[in-house]
Design a protein around this ligand. Structure first.
Ligand code: NI
Length: 254
């Protein structure tokens, strides 16, 4: 079954129909979901979702746009959640230079701290990197991210950068953007990346694939993503679904 490696079902966009939607996933072929914390409140909500639904696992972390809320106390809270049996990764964490706020130095500091936490608690890391390829890589290399392991979520860089992450044995989260007509560089990168290093993801409620671009995204749209990858690689839809599920289970140890 499809393994959804990155969704934000704690988001308020799902307040009206969360229960109904989550209960419908299995019948539509979505077997497992990793809910990703993007803030302290989101991480707390993630822990609760993992307790409510057997097929939901979680990652706890603070997104680069939200790191100003972090403090030693916040880091302690993240560390405590990491010992929960269904918390299987740290993140999302990283750098986002698309919005220059918070300052780059602040983003870098808390990215490094969350990488150190992942190393300490021995969990893989979920990386968010937007318009910050070089700095992301430098910080990952300085913090031995290759030994920590993890996934670059919503991978959006070109083939050359994919090679750098492959050298660190990282996985690549591929989502709705792969279905967009103008995603030429990403399509080239996906042809280059071995299927054994790809995870399916939506980033719900964001980044819905064609033909639902602009709408609220849910894991129910993952077949469009798997189909696009199958077409680019000249393999079957089933092979994409089965291999990416195996990849996710290997990375997260579930
Ligand atoms: Ni996300």
């Amino acid at each position: 079954m499809i393994f959804e490696s990155h969704a934000h079902y704690d988001d308020e966009d799902f307040d009206a129909d969360r229960e109904e939607l989550l209960s419908s996933l299995a019948a539509c072929g979505i077997g497992t979901v990793v809910n990703i914390g993007a803030s302290l409140a989101g991480s707390a909500a993630t822990v609760r979702l993992t307790e409510q639904y057997p097929f939901i696992y979680g990652a706890v972390g603070v997104h680069p746009s939200e790191v100003e809320e972090l403090s030693e106390e916040g880091m302690e809270q993240l560390r405590a959640w990491c010992s929960h049996e269904k918390i299987i990764a740290v993140g999302e964490t990283g750098l986002d230079y698309h919005y220059p706020d918070p300052a780059v130095s602040v983003q870098k500091e808390w990215f490094a701290r969350q990488l150190a936490l992942a190393e300490e608690v021995k969990l893989p890391v979920i990386i968010h990197s937007r318009e910050a390829a070089k700095d992301t890589l430098d910080i990952m290399q300085a913090h031995r991210a290759g030994e920590i392991g993890g996934v670059v979520h919503c991978f959006s860089y070109a083939k050359e950068m994919a090679r750098e992450y492959l050298n660190m044995d990282f996985y690549f989260g591929i989502g709705g953007v792969i279905t967009f007509k103008n995603a030429k560089k990403l399509k080239e990168a996906v042809q280059y990346i071995p299927l054994e290093k790809i995870l399916l993801e939506t980033d719900s409620p964001y980044l819905a694939p064609d033909p639902h671009r602009g709408e609220r995204n849910t894991s129910l749209n993952l077949p469009y993503v798997a189909e696009a990858i199958a077409e680019l690689k000249g393999i079957s839809y089933e092979e994409v679904v089965e291999t990416t599920e195996r990849n996710a289970r290997r990375l997260f140890g579930i």
